[in-house]
Design a protein around this ligand. Structure first.
Ligand code: PRP
Length: 208
């Protein structure tokens, strides 16, 4: 049985469609219920719906053999997993944003609000810029409006949230998309099934 952790939500449903097209279907998964675990013995798969930011934890600790996680989570938490494939979905970017018209004063410590402290720190360390990280858990866009921070480091997809809060992207840090990840020892024991799935996704299901 291949244990697969999928991110609960719209992205997860899209990804399941790709897995089903690759021959790993489990139709019960799309039933409108509150169940979180589904299996299809015939296809040899068991799926779990988990919180998107938790997928890498399930996979790293072996509760799932494979899963789908955003590159943002992989860069921020650096889980010990194999990254097998860029699925080409869930595309967005990690960016620095600030109130419209913001000008940086390089000799002052820059206050950066973010959920992605490590990504922000790595980015500014590489430029030798002094920063003060303000770690928040959501609604990051409010921080510079209320004077809590100078800039934010956050995910930008359509740009609507920034626009509606009079913020703008100053710089893109890295493009983000959903990745297929695998547990390191699970990969050893279930190599054939995982490689078959990866190849099928790469060939057919993967979105460009
Ligand atoms: C993300 C991000 C932004 C928003 C960007 O939040 O933190 O707030 O999406 O999308 P947009 O450019 O299309 O407006 P998400 O909805 O993932 O939830 P969060 O508040 O938990 O970060």
């Amino acid at each position: 049985m291949l244990n697969i952790a999928l991110p609960k939500g719209r992205l997860g449903e899209k990804v399941y469609g790709m897995f089903a097209a690759a021959g790993f279907e489990c139709p019960a998964l799309l039933e409108n219920s509150r169940k979180l675990i589904f299996d299809n013995e015939k296809a040899g798969v068991r799926y779990f719906w988990v919180k998107p930011s938790d997928v890498a934890i399930y996979v790293e600790r072996g509760a799932a053999d494979i899963g789908v996680a955003g590159k943002d989570i992989l860069l921020e938490y650096r889980p010990e997993v194999y990254e097998l494939l860029d699925l080409g979905v869930g595309k967005c970017r990690m960016a620095v944003a600030a109130p419209e018209g913001f000008r940086d004063t390089p000799d002052r410590t820059l206050r950066v609000a973010t959920k992605f402290s490590r990504i922000a720190r790595d980015f500014y360390t590489a430029r030798g810029r002094d920063i003060d990280i303000i770690h928040l858990n959501g609604s990051i866009e409010i921080a510079p409006i209320l004077g809590l921070s100078d800039v934010i480091v956050d995910i930008v997809e359509t740009g609507t949230t920034l626009r509606e809060n009079h913020l703008e992207v100053i710089e893109t840090i890295v493009p983000i998309s959903a990745r297929l990840i695998a547990n390191k020892s699970g990969f050893k024991f279930k190599t054939e099934a995982i490689e078959r799935l990866t190849a099928a996704l790469d060939k057919g299901g993967k979105q460009e």
